[in-house]
Design a binder for this molecule. Structure first.
Ligand code: SME
Length: 159
C-alpha cells in the first residue's frame, strides 16, 4: 500500500489515511477488544516495514497481551519491564531506534530491531499500550511518534 521507504510527504499522507480509516472502523462500536483488533489489522496492512502491531492491556496493574498481528508474543509484561513496560510506567511514548540497546528489552520476536510504544490514557487512566515493531533499525521517527499518538487518541475514544 505504501512504499517500503516512505518519504515525509507520503508518511504524512499515510497517517492522514490511517486516521480516517480508524475513525470509520471504530465509529459506533463500543466493544474495546473489537476496536483494538481492527486497529491492529489496519496498522498491519497499511504500515510498511513492520513485523508486529498490537496492544497490551492494563489488567490490574500488569500489561496483558491484547489483539495484535504478527508472531505470537509474550503474554504478561510488568510495568517498568522492557519498552512496553517503560511506556506504561512513564506514560510517555517510547521511540526506540535500537531495541538491543534498550535496557531490559523483551525479545518476543528476534526479528524486531526498533519500535514505538504509545500509552493509551483515557480520563487519567492507563488502559494499555499500542506497540509497533520493525525488523529495521531506526524505522520510526518523530513523525511516526506523532502519527501513532494521533491514532492512539482516536482509538482511546472508542475503548
Ligand atoms: N518488545 C516489547 C515486548 C513486546 S513484543 O515486542 C510484542 C518490549 O520490550 O516491551
Amino acid at each position: 500500500m505504501y512504499d517500503f521507504k516512505i518519504d515525509g510527504a507520503n508518511k504524512a499522507q499515510m497517517y492522514d489515511d490511517l486516521a480516517s480509516a480508524l475513525k470509520g472502523l471504530v465509529h459506533g462500536e463500543p466493544d474495546p477488544i473489537a476496536n483494538m483488533a481492527n486497529a491492529a489489522a489496519l496498522l498491519w496492512q497499511t504500515m510498511p516495514d513492520i513485523n508486529w502491531a498490537g496492544f497490551y492491556r492494563n489488567v490490574d496493574g500488569e500489561l496483558v497481551l491484547g489483539p495484535f498481528q504478527g508472531r505470537p508474543a509474550c503474554i504478561r509484561i510488568k510495568f517498568g519491564d522492557g519498552v512496553c513496560g517503560a511506556a506504561a510506567a512513564s506514560r510517555q511514548t517510547q521511540l526506540v531506534e535500537d531495541v538491543h540497546a534498550f535496557p531490559g528489552h523483551i525479545a518476543c520476536d528476534a526479528a524486531s530491531e526498533s519500535e514505538v510504544v504509545v500509552p493509551l490514557i483515557k480520563e487519567g487512566e492507563l488502559l494499555g499500550v499500542l506497540d509497533i515493531d520493525s525488523p529495521s533499525k531506526a524505522r520510526f521517527d518523530a513523525a511516526d511518534k506523532e502519527g501513532c499518538e494521533r491514532l492512539a487518541a482516536i482509538l482511546v475514544e472508542a475503548l
